[in-house]
Unconditional design. Structure first.
Length: 321
């Protein structure tokens, strides 16, 4: 991996170049990330979501339509560096992560719904992430200019992402169904192994670039924080506007605001040659949505649901008042 040296004031000039071996490793990592997600998934998750079409529509609409549109507004108002804009817009078009399930549980939300929505979002991202990014990226002059510069083909991304995500996701679900004991034991090691290797690649790429990291903190943190807070707030607001129970709305909020940052970062490093701003945006997003998600979960945890507010499944009776 080669990293161009930069001036501290120019984060846009940071660029990763992946060797063929590292490019192959990134593809394997993406496959393992989705394989790990699928180990927690069951066919019943899809049936659970289909029984609540309003919750599914609210989540997917917020994830792939509303939040990318809001992100364009954030970009227009805050005017971040072009590669930062690319990074936050791309992450906004990615599926939710499994941390959303943990935060939903801690906040007395509907865990069954959260897991089901994460499963469906991860499965549909094969198509929706490339298409959503192509649509919204074309509406930003900075992002579309970068896409033209690197000559990325959305159709090629669609096919390649489909193979890298759909195959391991289907395999993970098959393993979870036939070997539930193995799936339960393997879930955490798979997550840890892929995250460690991914972080090693990212940290190695920025080795010796302390000035870039400091510059990135000031250039990226503010816009990522604003976008993340808006994602959580709008997700909850849309769910309540759709008259979903409070427990369901909490699940939708985390599904909307907590993205699969490991997957996002891996895709950025591979498809956008790890432009410094884009890579930092994806990396900082994972940190920010963990902090904001945990904080919101703790606030809601101190406000237990009444029996009337609790959803009819997925919310343990012990958390209701």
């Amino acid at each position: 991996m080669i990293v161009q040296s930069i001036a501290a004031s120019d984060i846009d000039s940071v660029e990763f170049t992946l060797s063929p071996a590292l490019s192959l490793l990134m593809k394997v990592l993406i496959a393992f990330i989705l394989f790990g997600v699928a180990l927690d998934s069951r066919p019943s998750d899809f049936r659970n979501v289909l029984r609540r079409p309003i919750a599914l529509a609210a989540t997917l609409g917020t994830q792939y339509v509303l939040m990318p549109a809001v992100t364009l507004g954030v970009i227009a108002i805050m005017n971040p560096n072009p590669t930062v804009a690319l990074g936050i817009l791309f992450v906004a078009c990615c599926p939710s992560g499994t941390l959303s399930n943990l935060f939903t549980h801690r906040s007395h939300g509907n865990v069954t719904m959260s897991v089901s929505l994460t499963t469906v979002s991860s499965a549909l991202c094969v198509v929706l992430t490339p298409l959503s990014f192509a649509l919204w990226g074309g509406m930003s002059s900075d992002v579309s200019a970068l896409l033209e510069d690197i000559q990325i083909s959305i159709s090629d991304m669609l096919v390649e992402v489909g193979i890298m995500i759909a195959v391991p996701f289907a395999l993970g679900m098959l393993v979870a169904r036939r070997y539930p004991g193995f799936a339960l034991a393997a879930r955490k090691p798979v997550d840890i192994a892929t995250l460690v290797v991914l972080l090693m690649i990212a940290v190695g790429g920025f080795a010796g670039q302390a000035s870039a990291l400091i510059t990135g903190l000031s250039a990226v943190l503010g816009v990522v924080l604003v976008q993340n807070v808006l994602s959580l707030s709008i997700g909850y607001g849309v769910a309540r506007a759709c008259r979903l129970p409070v427990a369901d709305a909490r699940a939708v909020a985390f599904e909307s605001g907590v993205r699969n940052s490991a997957l996002s970062l891996a895709l950025v490093l591979m498809y956008f040659e790890g432009f410094g701003g884009a890579a930092l945006a994806a990396a900082y997003w994972g940190i920010v949505d963990t902090i904001t998600g945990l904080a919101l979960a703790e606030v809601w945890r101190r406000r237990p649901l009444s029996k009337r507010q609790a959803a009819d499944d997925g919310v343990p009776t012990a958390v209701t008042s």
